[in-house]
Design a protein around this ligand. Structure first.
Ligand code: EPU
Length: 347
């Protein structure tokens, strides 16, 4: 375990904003979690877990211990389709590896930035597929009693961009967490079960459109199409600081959707369990946020749901911009957007 006091967090968040942590612990083996959290307790520090740092906004410094999961290793049983990956593995590389060995299903989730361990926390999803469809279970370290435990798919209680693991880490409003996690649980590894037979999922309209000229798309075609769409629509965090979708897509009632449709011609929508899901990107676009700039904080010019760091902005400025966007959608549509990213830090 490598420990750094007064650590610079800029390399560990995809927004690339400056922030400091009282201490940073880089974890290479699950066994290091116990001494790391014991150290935090000894020093009276709150603990924050970071995977790839691709879904977090530091609105200020974090006055505690940041745990960075860097454990590696992938075990694949091609016969049974069971894949076990260490939390510190890169998600996109895992998707590619599975495809290469002939295990399918994850191709729609290509190019999602971040680590494998972070994937179940918010039940990552894209282009018609959510992680939960292939999820078997995970191993975690529970800081409450320093025990290693297993969680099944049922235990995780997955829903749209959510799980019990996320609920213990995030508030649903735009308030920074300080200090977070009364009961931190650290994902050490996850196990998936993937089909050996290709069954491309083209249910997402933009993906079907991208592949309409291909007679019988293979999982490799889907993988490449998803990569193409994402590269076209979303900024690469290595070039422009961002954390993907900043807000979740809100779910509104059928009545509310009808009211919306009477004011706007054919708003995009997706059926959801509890009502109708309306793209937050579309709502923000109607409010004029696409390409909006506020100093070096801004909104991507090709997608109104993506906040970007144009170079040298602060987490605080990005947070203020997010609140302005939320307020604008609330006054225009009466809909309150909830952040998808974790917001950390004090003002
Ligand atoms: N739209 C606009 N203007 C915009 C952005 C979007 O009108 O500025 C419209 C689009 O034309 C489309 C609809 O909104 O009709 C939906 O847009 P898109 O297909 O880009 O998907 P999204 O709902 O914005 C979600 C996920 C993405 C995921 C894509 C593809 C959420 C919050 N976001 O985006 O996930 O990649 O679908 O499945 O669910 C992420 O979580 O970081 C992420 C990028």
């Amino acid at each position: 375990m490598k420990l750094t006091d007064n650590a610079d967090l800029r390399p560990y968040n995809s927004f690339g904003v400056a922030a400091r942590a009282a201490c940073l612990a880089e974890i290479e083996h699950g066994e290091e979690l116990e001494p790391a959290t014991a150290l935090a307790e000894e020093r009276g520090l709150p603990v924050l877990l970071l995977g790839g740092g691709t879904n977090v906004l530091f609105a200020g410094d974090f006055p505690g211990l940041v745990l960075l999961m860097r454990n590696r290793g992938v075990e694949i049983d091609r016969e049974s389709g069971v894949v076990k990956a260490a939390a510190g593995e890169n998600w996109h590389e895992l998707v590619r590896t599975c495809l290469e060995v002939g295990l399918y299903g994850l191709e729609n989730l290509a190019l999602i930035p971040g680590s494998a361990g972070a994937a179940p926390v918010q039940n990552i999803g894209a282009y018609g597929v959510e992680l939960e469809s292939f999820f078997v279970g995970l191993e975690l370290f529970d800081c409450a009693d320093s025990s290693l435990r297993e969680m099944s798919r049922e235990d995780c209680k997955f829903s749209y961009r959510d799980s019990v693991l996320k609920q213990s880490q995030v508030q649903s409003r735009l308030q920074p967490l300080s200090p977070p996690q009364p009961q931190l649980r650290v994902v050490c590894s996850l196990t998936l079960q993937l089909p050996r037979e290709p069954a491309p999922n083209l249910s997402y309209p933009a993906l079907a459109e991208e592949l309409e000229h291909v007679a019988k798309p293979t999982p490799q075609d889907v993988f490449e199409a998803v990569c193409r769409i994402r590269r076209r629509k979303l900024p690469d965090p290595a070039e422009i600081g961002n954390a993907g979708s900043f807000f979740k897509n809100p779910i509104i009632s059928q009545d509310e959707f009808e009211q919306l449709s009477s004011r706007y011609h054919s708003p995009p929508s997706f059926p959801a369990k509890e009502g109708v899901k309306v793209p937050a990107g579309w709502l923000l676009d109607q409010c004029g946020f696409k390409g909006y700039e506020k100093g070096a904080a801004g909104v991507y010019e090709r997608h109104a749901l993506i906040l970007v760091n144009r170079g040298g902005t602060t987490g605080r400025e990005l947070h203020q911009l997010a609140m302005e966007m939320r307020d604008s959608v609330r006054s225009e549509f009466g809909i309150t957007l909830e952040p998808e990213v974790r917001i950390i830090g004090t003002h």
